[in-house]
Design a protein around this ligand. Structure first.
Ligand code: SF4
Ligand code: SF4
Length: 384
C-alpha cells in the first residue's frame, strides 16, 4: 500500500498566500474534490486545545482554517468547525484564537461535541469510545492539526489532534485508564480512535510551529511549512523525519509501525512538493524531559524506570492561582489552599493535562533523583 504526503513552503500568515499554498498542498495529493463532494457536510477539526491568541502558536492558525473552509465551499460542500477543548467550549476557544472571527465572517457554525457512546469493532485494542456526536453526523472530517512538541507524546500532529474527538474532560479518563500500561498503550488508544473517526484529509500547520515546552507553552518556531496527506500516520511520519526525531521516540509512530496502523514506512510514502532533504530541521527543540531521556541509554531507562520518572511541578513564582489545573486534573490530586496550589505526587499519573491547560506555563517536568544524577554524570564526562 502506498500514499502521498505533500510538503509546501508557506512563508507567512497572509490570507491569500496561505490560501494559495493550502491549495497547492491539496492539489499535490489529488485536489479537494478527491476528498469532498458537492452537497456533503464537512467538519473542520482544528487544534483548539485552549483558546490562545494566534501568535502563541497553540492552536491551528485561523487563516489555515479559513483557507480550507474556502476550498471546501468551492467544492460545493457545507462547512462546520468543531473541537472539544479540555475546559472551554469550542465557541469560547474560537473567540479567543481568531477562528471565531473567521466563522462569523464566513457564516460557519461552530459546533460543540455532545457525547455519544460508540462501538469500534475494528479497533485493534480499544473497542468502544465516547466521541462528539457531530463526528458521526457529518459526511467527512478534515483534520487541521498544529505542528507542536508534546511533553507526553513527544509530538502532537495529525493523529494526536483527533484526541479532541473525545468530549472535554472525558479525555482525562483516558489518561487514567491507560496510565498503568504506559505511553505506548495511550498511543494505541490514539490510533484506534484516529482510524475510527477517520478524517479524509489531514493538514498540519507548520508555518509557525511550537518547539520546546509544548503543547501549551513552548516557543514559536518559524518553519514556513504546510504538510498534507490522506493518511494521518504517513503525515506524522514525514514530519518526524523532517524535525529529526527518531520513530522510537514518538510513541504514536512506534506503535503504528509495530502494530500496522496506517502507512508509517517512509518507502511507502511518496513525498510531493518540497523534498524531505530540503526541509529538514535538525535542531528542533524537544520537550525538556524528553530531551533528558533521549540522552540516556534505553536499557538503563527500562531498568531504572521507577527512579527515572519525571513529574510535574508547579513554579510558585509563575503560578497565578487561576485553578484551571485543578479542573483539568483527572485524579483530583491538585488542591488550592489560600491561593497556594499543591500537587499530591503519590496520586499523580503524569498525564500532563494540568500542563496543557496552564495559561502561565507554570507547570514543568522535573526529573527524578537518578535522572538528575545521570544527566550530571554525562555533563561531567563531556558527553552532552
Ligand atoms: S497533577 Fe497533572 S499530571 Fe498529575 S494527574 Fe493531575 S493533571 Fe495529570
Ligand atoms: S493552571 Fe497554572 S497558573 Fe493556574 S493555578 Fe494551575 S499552575 Fe497556577
Amino acid at each position: 500500500m502506498r500514499t502521498s504526503v505533500s510538503i509546501v513552503r508557506c512563508p507567512a500568515y497572509q490570507e491569500e498566500i496561505v490560501y494559495q499554498k493550502i491549495h497547492e498542498a491539496i492539489d499535490l495529493i489529488g485536489g479537494i474534490k478527491t476528498f469532498v463532494s458537492s452537497g456533503e457536510k464537512v467538519l473542520l477539526k482544528p487544534n483548539l486545545l485552549l483558546g490562545r491568541a494566534p501568535e502563541k502558536c497553540v492552536n491551528t492558525h485561523p487563516l489555515v482554517v479559513k483557507a480550507v473552509a474556502r476550498m471546501v465551499r468551492e467544492a460545493g460542500a457545507q462547512v462546520l468547525i468543531g473541537d472539544s477543548p479540555q475546559l472551554d467550549s469550542a465557541q469560547k476557544a474560537c473567540d479567543k484564537n481568531g477562528i471565531g472571527d473567521v466563522a462569523r465572517e464566513m457564516g460557519i457554525e461552530i459546533v460543540e461535541f455532545e457525547p455519544r457512546d460508540v462501538l469500534n469493532p475494528q479497533g485493534k485494542v480499544f473497542k468502544s469510545f465516547t466521541i462528539g456526536t457531530v463526528l458521526q453526523d457529518v459526511d467527512k472530517i478534515i483534520n487541521l492539526a498544529k505542528l507542536k512538541t508534546h511533553s507526553l507524546t513527544m509530538l502532537t500532529l495529525a493523529v494526536k489532534n483527533m484526541f479532541g474527538a473525545v468530549p472535554g474532560a472525558r479525555k482525562g479518563q483516558w489518561h487514567v485508564k491507560t496510565h498503568i500500561a504506559g505511553k505506548e498503550y495511550f498511543a494505541q488508544m490514539l490510533l484506534d480512535l484516529f482510524y475510527f473517526v477517520k478524517p479524509v484529509l489531514n493538514i498540519v500547520d507548520g508555518i509557525v510551529a511550537m518547539e520546546g515546552k509544548g503543547p501549551g507553552f513552548g516557543d514559536p518556531r518559524t518553519l514556513g511549512l504546510l504538510v498534507a496527506g490522506a493518511d494521518g500516520v504517513a503525515v506524522d511520519r514525514v514530519i518526524a523525519e523532517m524535525v529529526n526525531i527518531p520513530v522510537d521516540q514518538v510513541p504514536v509512530l512506534k506503535v503504528a509501525l509495530r502494530d500496522g496502523y496506517g502507512i508509517g514506512k517512509l518507502e511507502e510514502i511518496s513525498v510531493r512538493g518540497e523534498r524531505l532533504e530540503d526541509v529538514r530541521v535538525p535542531d528542533f527543540k524537544l520537550p525538556p524531559a524528553q530531551d533528558i531521556f533521549a540522552k540516556i541509554p534505553l536499557p538503563v531507562v527500562r531498568l531504572l524506570k521507577a527512579c527515572l520518572t519525571t513529574h510535574p511541578a508547579i513554579s510558585k513564582e509563575e503560578c497565578e492561582a487561576c485553578e484551571l489545573c485543578l479542573r483539568a486534573c483527572p485524579m483530583k490530586c491538585i488542591t488550592s489552599e489560600n491561593r497556594e496550589i499543591k500537587m499530591d505526587e503519590n496520586e499523580c499519573i503524569q498525564c500532563l493535562c494540568c500542563m496543557e491547560v496552564c495559561p502561565r506555563g507554570a507547570i514543568e517536568l522535573r526529573p527524578g533523583g537518578l535522572l538528575k544524577f545521570f544527566s550530571a554524570m554525562r555533563r561531567i564526562m563531556g558527553r552532552n
